[in-house]
Design a protein around this ligand. Structure first.
Ligand code: ADP
Ligand code: ASP
Ligand code: MG
Length: 412
């Protein structure tokens, strides 16, 4: 019997009516002959509320304690889902991350899944149950509860689909699929029918909150088809798949905005072999994820080194830099929290000219200053002032006609 993993995000289980709808969706798939695993998030804004509760008591709550607290949100949802299914006459059982066999490393608040022992889930599926699994959580080697980072239920679902050899992982959410840009910020954005793992991975890591970046890495590695769809409207969503040839003829598939960034610049570090390695090894040891590194030579002896980190990592990054500052003879440190990154992504830009020029012109026409630029084969990112960021996103989307369906944007 084929297995289907269905993941429901917070908005899609926010109240009794929505939980009932999610349960009905799972039941329908079960009746269609699938063995069904439902992975669920905490209801509505519960995770944010729990974070606020903790911060009211301690502005820098310990990460271990936060994981203990936040995982309670998902636990409520799965129990309610299983309870609803029983009420519909369907056998169901809820499992926490630990009960579902999620083993992670010990990086509290951003743990990585090491393995999933899915024995218990399989037993229950074979017994005719629908299994509801708490997303976003696991357990480390000493038995402590960990979480996978904000939005991590997507990763729980896709990883579980991989472990179970599921036919597909359906991500039910509050939008109809993946759009060319966040429809809340660019109302004219259009839905994408199919997108490659590489493109959505870039978009997700650059701020497209619709999918957790790690989930895409896992999906790509284990060949899990991921289908992002609406939990409300029964209409086609977006299939995440390997590259298809037509994609190459689309210059830009999507644009993103990343607002929770801080730019850190180490001014006047010694321009000698090994310094960058020393600084980043130190940040990595403190588990700070570093994005977009730019080093510039300012004299034969000195260089400036800039990089961005997520706001969440700022305190740890500051401490790490304070520890290493004298060792690399850094003259001063500049921290800017009022920045945002606008990015465009598309596999087609590998083989076409003029993409960067169009993006920079779109920003210049709106008098938006570019702080720094970073690129990869399939993306271009510009750091801009936070207060101009949304205007910048709209300008860039318009310039690449992201309000038109992909067929109309195909190049000959
Ligand atoms: P869930 O709770 O279901 O996991 P999320 O809030 O994590 O839902 O993700 C869905 C949201 O992602 C949408 O409401 C939308 O505002 C946002 N989003 C950002 N970028 C995109 C995009 N490119 N396409 C669709 N939605 C996007
Ligand atoms: N509830 C968690 C969050 O809000 C995990 C998730 O929704 O994926 O980040
Ligand atoms: Mg999400």
């Amino acid at each position: 019997m084929a297995i289907l993993v269905q993941k429901f995000g917070g908005t899609s289980v926010a109240n009794a009516e929505k939980i009932r709808r999610a349960a009905e969706t799972a039941l329908r798939a079960h009746q269609d002959g699938y063995q069904v695993v439902v992975v669920a998030s905490a209801r509505g804004k519960q995770t944010d509320e729990l974070i606020a509760d903790a911060k009211e008591l301690n502005l820098a709550p310990p990460r271990r304690e936060m994981d203990m607290l936040l995982t309670t949100g998902e636990q409520q949802t799965i129990s309610l889902l299983a309870t609803t299914l029983w009420g519909m006459g369907q056998k169901a059982i809820s499992f926490t991350g630990q009960q579902a066999g999620f083993k992670t490393d010990d990086a509290y608040s951003k743990a990585r899944i090491l393995e999933i022992d899915s024995k218990r889930i399989l037993e229950k599926l074979n017994d005719g149950y629908i299994v509801a699994v708490a997303g976003f959580q696991g357990v480390n080697a000493v038995g402590d509860i960990t979480t996978l980072g904000r939005g991590g239920s997507d990763t729980s679902a896709v990883a579980l689909a991989a472990a179970l050899g599921a036919e597909r992982c359906d991500i039910y959410t509050d939008v109809d699929g993946i759009y060319t840009a966040d429809p809340r910020l660019y109302q004219k954005a259009v839905k994408i029918d199919t997108i490659s793992y590489d493109e959505i991975l870039e978009l997700a890591n650059l701020g497209a909150g619709v999918m957790h970046g790690r989930s895409i890495e896992v999906g790509k590695k284990y060949d899990v088809p991921i289908y992002v769809r609406s939990s409300v409207n029964d209409i086609p969503g977006t299939l995440i798949t390997h590259e298809v040839p037509e994609m190459e003829s689309i210059l830009v598939s999507g644009a993103t905005i990343q607002k929770d960034l801080t730019k850190i610049t180490l001014i006047g570090v010694d321009h000698k072999p090994g310094n960058a390695a020393r600084i980043f090894a130190h940040l990595a040891a403190k588990r700070v994820s570093v994005n977009d590194i730019i080093q510039t030579e300012v004299s034969p002896e000195k260089a400036n080194l800039s990089f961005t980190v997520l706001h969440d990592d700022l305190d740890v990054a500051r401490q790490a830099i304070a520890d290493i500052r004298t060792e690399v003879h850094c003259q001063s440190v500049m921290v800017r929290e009022d920045v945002a990154e606008i990015s465009i992504v598309g596999v087609g830009m590998q083989s076409h000219y003029g993409v960067a020029e169009t993006m920079f012109k779109a920003l210049a026409d709106k008098r938006i200053n570019i702080d720094s630029i970073t690129t990869s084969e399939i993306r271009i990112s510009c750091l801009v002032d936070l207060e101009q960021a949304e205007k910048a996103l709209v300008a860039v989307c318009d310039a690449f006609e992201l309000d038109k369906p992909a067929v109309e944007r195909q190049m000959k």
